[in-house]
Design a protein around this ligand. Structure first.
Ligand code: 5GP
Ligand code: MG
Length: 183
């Protein structure tokens, strides 16, 4: 008979709020140096990047604009299927602009590869990628972020904007989801 008892979920801290804040400061210093007089457009990928983007831009002392895209990928559970759809596009033309894409995490890279290719077709003056977290060795497509903060190994993380079924985005630390008894 099927096991009816729900698995016990534990959230194990992986990066504390202080470690995240240090990583955001390091990224901000590099972005400040590279984009100082370029009036860049920072394109946040909804929804996961919202806290990272908010913290990042408040450390940047320069003229900049913020826009958002929203992507949906169809897939079961915690894996991306590779089929990506653009649900919300940027509002203003990116042609000739210095565009910096800001996302929460680089996993397989499929979603961000799709987005970078889509944005490149709009002929920006420059196009770079900034992610807070990179999963080491998990990229199946050739994609390397220009700026990244933290690295992790396999596992599924939540907090600091990252969700599990739309929950846990509000956790100030980034935690690994651990389940006893499986799903
Ligand atoms: P990719 O296309 O790189 O495989 O996945 C990109 C998206 O999958 C991320 O922007 C994020 O929304 C989601 N994702 C990948 N790994 C994780 C994870 O460990 N935790 C959460 N909450 N989302 C993840
Ligand atoms: Mg995302």
């Amino acid at each position: 008979m099927a096991q009816m008892t729900p698995a016990t979920v534990r959230l194990k801290p992986l990066f504390t709020r202080d470690e995240i804040a240090d990583a955001v400061r390091r990224i901000a210093a590099a972005v400040q140096r590279d984009y100082d007089d370029k009036n860049p457009v920072l394109v946040g990928v909804l929804k996961g990047s919202f806290i990272f983007l908010a913290d990042l831009v408040r450390q940047l002392e320069m003229s900049l604009e913020i826009d958002f895209v929203r992507l949906s990928s169809y897939g079961a559970g915690t894996q991306t299927s590779g089929q990506v759809r653009l649900v919300q596009k940027v509002e203003r033309p990116l042609k000739g602009r210095h565009v910096l894409v800001v996302d929460d995490i680089l996993d397989s890279g499929l979603t961000l590869k799709f987005l970078m290719d889509y944005l490149a077709r709009q002929k920006p003056a420059s196009l770079r990628l900034c992610v807070l977290l990179v999963k080491r060795g998990q990229q199946y497509v050739p994609i390397t972020p220009d700026y990244h903060g933290l690295q992790m190994d396999e596992g599924f993380v939540v907090g600091y904007g990252l969700d599990w079924d739309q929950k846990y985005r509000n956790l100030p630390d980034i935690c690994v989801v651990e389940m006893d008894g499986g799903i």
